[in-house]
Design a protein around this ligand. Sequence first.
Ligand code: SAM
Length: 267
Amino acid sequence: MAYVVDVLDAADPRLADYTRLTDVDLRKVREPAEGLFLAEGEKVILRALRAGYEPRSVLTSSKWLPGLEPELTGHGCPVFVAPDELVAEITGYRVHRGALASMRRRALPDLDAVVTSATRIVVLEDLVDHTNVGAVFRNAAALGIGAVVVSPGCADPLYRRSVKVSMGAVLAVPWTRAETWPGALDMLREKDFRLLALSPDPAGSALQDVDLSGRVGLVLGTEGDGLTSAAIDRCDLRVRIPMAVGIDSLNVAAASAVAMYAVTAQP
Ligand SMILES: C[S@@+](CC[C@H](N)C(=O)[O-])C[C@H]1O[C@@H](n2cnc3c(N)ncnc32)[C@H](O)[C@@H]1O
């Protein structure tokens, strides 16, 4: 049996993990500092539990309790149950599929460990949009990428929106945050990754003409300005996905999917 607690008051201090969820700036600071992240919806919560993440607590409406309870048994965390309206009052919005879990973050692996058995990796420099980060991870899981490395300034893969958009892939694909930048790119090259700087720049080599065999790292840049010149300089080759005349660029997650497909389709 899970430890079920009926919630009667939105101001109950035991619900602090779930308050002001729409205040992105606050949550971006609070969650890593407090060592938590939020999994939203039954499917993602179950994926987090099955990936071995420890729940601090769960907040759900009674409708989702039967699906969650068997997997929460033994964790000893409180399962707060409240009507949908009260859940919305606590969190500040209508929760997707009525359930949230506050999970404990784990220490991230170091760069060496995360890429050791990978032949195809993705590197993200300073993406700001959590939706894009989540979508890249979803693509990485679907297209068989071995690991993802994010730059120190990249949006948090464990932020609620990233976790949700990734459908839980951020909990399954090995990843870490580089401690040095762009020095991490040098470290990856030392490990025999050929780094491809993905850029719409017409001066780059067309993706279909590039040898994609062996250890390859796909390096993708931020939504507005793209890759920094410091990152491009550390890559082996600038590579473009050819586009129709007059189009500036693809969305970064879309570009990642095209490049991941190309790189995983080759031995
Ligand atoms: C929205 S784009 C940034 C556009 C920016 N003006 C630039 O020149 O890179 C974000 C990222 O998506 C990737 N990207 C977008 N379109 C691409 C294309 N046609 N070929 C290769 N990469 C592309 C690149 O990694 C880029 O840094």
